[in-house]
Design a protein around this ligand. Structure first.
Ligand SMILES: [Zn+2]
Length: 225
């Protein structure tokens, strides 16, 4: 939506002024142009220590996967979309064509390239439930679609620990919240208590997990009925 020259200038100036930038890139060209702009900023300003990050990442050119780590850019993933459903099968794949359809949501490739993953939902247009997102990140099948839909690009599945880290320490990192996101002595006690251990069961059951209690800085803010 912004021409590359203008994007390069804006990103470089904002980076120089200390703004941490959050982009939404759905198409492959948009992502390339954002990475180009961040590279321009890096060459001009050096490493400003800002944790710029890019969300959506629906169509990613394979050669762009490796640029995230080189530029210190965090990939903010919304895994709930990385599955076969009517939108994917009827709207996306036929329009994208075979090559680009296979470049969608390459979370496994990003992880293998050593890219820092954060995770979120783009809530407002989709569910904010992180357990649903984790379910699809691991299975690449929506919870209600097991047995009905095939796994979407199975090599891009994440293991459960990686998916949980993206939603916890990864998202804390993207927000410069270095004193939360992990169970560490001295960290803020931002915690959830779950009704089952999702690591102890088949991956298809992850979405069955329920949050019993939520604590923010040690204070109980939510308890299930
Ligand atoms: Zn968005």
């Amino acid at each position: 939506m912004v021409e590359p020259d203008r994007l390069n200038r804006a990103v470089t100036r904002l980076d120089a002024h200390g703004f941490q930038l959050h982009f939404h890139a759905i198409g492959d060209r948009a992502l390339t142009e954002i990475l180009d702009a961040l590279e321009h900023a890096r060459k001009t300003n050096g490493d400003t220590g800002l944790r710029h990050h890019i969300a959506h990442l629906q169509v990613v050119r394979p050669e762009d996967v490796y640029r995230f780590r080189a530029l210190g850019v965090t990939a903010t993933i919304q895994p709930l979309w990385a599955a076969h459903d009517d939108q994917m099968d009827d709207l996306c794949i036929p329009v994208l064509g075979e090559q680009r359809a296979a470049w969608q949501f390459p979370f496994g490739d990003l992880r293998r390239a050593g890219v820092t993953l954060a995770a979120g939902s783009d809530w407002g247009v989709t569910s904010a439930d992180p357990l649903l997102g984790i379910h699809v990140a691991v299975n690449r099948v929506l919870p209600a679609a097991h047995g009905e839909r095939v796994v979407f690009l199975p090599e891009q599945r994440l293991n459960l620990a990686t998916a949980v880290r993206a939603y916890t320490s990864g998202s804390a990192y993207a927000n410069h919240l270095d004193d939360t996101g992990s169970l560490t002595v001295g960290n803020r006690a931002d915690l959830v208590l779950l009704d089952r251990n999702p690591f102890d069961g088949p991956p298809e059951d992850i979405a069955r997990t329920r949050v019993l209690r939520t604590y923010v800085e040690g204070a109980l803010v939510h308890a299930a009925d």
